[in-house]
Ligand binder design. Structure first.
Ligand code: KPL
Length: 290
């Protein structure tokens, strides 16, 4: 559910791995299948995937959610009648706080979280480019051994890892996104410019201090200690990327700022920490975006 670039990338890999996969599209359609095109390293592959019928009532056994963060709750609620305690739901979304939000309303749901460093962008609906190889981490905090279903994922998805400490992986991504995403969105620049433009690299450094302080208070001293180096590495490795928030702003779409810097700000407030830079970025991105 959520057939954007990342959703299509995983749907393609899972289907290719022998796990019959259907796309749940936002709007009902009469079409029963769709051609999914994935480009990588100059080659183009096409495969047909089923489209889930919006009238279907039978339970969904495995649901991968790859919508925008602000759509997750409504999208899952829209198919809640097809989910039961046997349904496995993997949330592969930006930002944090969504599993908790869903859990409060649907405590019976079997939720797992995932994070990815794969790079993909959409060329047209269901036509994507897999631009950068990355890894996938999936887990549920504290669950040391992967459940049986995970073996199928492990076979189908290259470079996939079970992570019993998934919260650390999610916090790491959150910390990086809190810095890279709003700055690139406000300055309309690819990620790499945050390192090459002096005034932007100063902003990165100041923001790193504020984000580290909050990470430490939240119990993630390991992330806090290495944040400047980690952010520098991600900026280097994704130098030509236009961040997801920049793409949202450029396309006039709402951004995920509430689930990224907004989540961090809530944590800061819980710990009585002032976060003026994050506060300002949230306001500026909101004024900038729709
Ligand atoms: O996750 C990203 C995003 O754009 O949302 C980064 C790591 C910043 C890569 O662009």
């Amino acid at each position: 559910m959520g057939a954007g670039a990342i959703g299509c990338l995983y749907a393609d890999a899972l289907d290719r791995g022998g796990l019959q996969t259907s796309l749940i599209l936002r709007h009902a359609t009469d079409q029963q299948s769709v051609a999914l095109i994935v480009e990588r390293e100059g080659a183009k592959e096409q495969r047909y995937l089923n489209i889930a019928n919006h009238q279907d009532l039978e339970p969904i056994l495995h649901l991968l959610v790859t919508t925008k963060a602000f759509d997750v709750y409504a999208a899952v609620s829209g198919i809640a009648h097809r989910l039961n305690e046997n349904s496995v739901i993997v949330l592969l979304v930006n930002g944090m706080g969504l599993a908790e939000q869903l859990n409060a309303t649907y405590p019976h749901l079997n939720l797992y979280c995932a994070t990815t460093t794969h790079g993909a962008y959409r060329i047209a609906p269901q036509h994507i480019c897999h631009a950068g190889l990355g890894e996938t981490r999936i887990g549920r905090q504290g669950l040391e051994q992967p459940p049986d279903w995970y073996g199928l994922w492990d076979d189908a998805i290259e470079n996939c890892h079970w992570d019993a400490n998934i919260n650390t992986a999610l916090w790491f991504k959150l910390a990086v996104n809190c810095i890279v995403n709003p700055l690139t969105a406000l300055h309309h620049c690819p990620n790499g410019e945050l390192a090459t433009d002096r005034s932007l690299s100063d902003k990165v450094a100041h923001l790193c201090d504020e984000v580290s302080h909050i990470c430490r208070a939240a119990g993630h001293a390991d992330i806090a200690d290495l944040l400047p180096q980690s952010v520098a590495r991600v900026i280097r490795q994704t130098a030509t990327n236009r961040s997801s928030m920049l793409q949202d702003v450029e396309h006039g779409r709402p951004t995920e700022i509430d689930y990224i810097n907004g989540f961090l700000l809530q944590v800061a407030e819980q710990h009585g920490i002032a976060a003026p830079l994050n506060n300002e970025l949230i306001q500026r991105v909101k004024n900038h975006a729709v």
